[in-house]
Write a protein that binds this ligand. Sequence first.
Ligand SMILES: Nc1nc2c(ncn2[C@@H]2O[C@H](COP(=O)(O)OP(=O)(O)OP(=O)(O)O)[C@@H](O)[C@H]2O)c(=O)[nH]1
Length: 199
Amino acid sequence: MDGIILAGGQSRRFGYPKTFLPYQGKPFYQWAIDRMQPFVDQIYFVTLQEHLPYIEDGLSNVHLMVDEPSLKGKGPLAGIFSAMNASNQDCFVTMPIDTPQLEGSVLHQLCLQPLDSYDARIPIVNGKLQPLIGLFHRSVHAVIREQLTREQYSMQALVRKISVDYVMMDQTMDRYFHNINTKEAYDQMTLDEYKRGLE
Ligand SMILES: Nc1nc2c(ncn2[C@@H]2O[C@H](COP(=O)(O)OP(=O)(O)OP(=O)(O)O)[C@@H](O)[C@H]2O)c(=O)[nH]1
């Protein structure tokens, strides 16, 4: 199994690249790599060209790359598609760059069983689908290609077209899935962390 870290977004709502933000003294990108590392053979870290020089990771199984030129900026599906093209594996675990609180237990739960006849395994937490954190079979590659050709860039649209094994996550795991999209969300995460430290 290979891993795909989606880090090619523009961080428009945040207003500053999220990839390098610190959380507990470590940049978001390093959290993502460290979390994924135990579950995969190779990691395809799909980022922006201008961020490449600033991402440090000496591990030989981490491949820094960018979206295929024609797909640049087309969203997470572009990242998944580009990484699948670079790999020869059949099964992929994905995660975004902006969930630094994600615990390995989530990835463990997704990766534990083979996909069998499903195209993907995707978590649901507190009734909300989390399609960026998932396990995907290469069978979705053709479906993504078709979507990109039709300029349909939504993950939700992909999920509707494939067979999915939905995994209900315990509601106590909600925090693990928080996307840090805004400065307010970042401040709140830092404050919550501080409060937990006082408990
Ligand atoms: N490789 C790749 N990843 C992307 C692309 N667009 C978004 N992502 C990543 O997918 C995840 C979810 O992205 P979004 O919420 O759509 O975008 P964002 O950059 O996080 O934030 P906004 O610009 O404020 O929407 C993040 O980890 C992004 O870095 C893309 O075009 N290519």
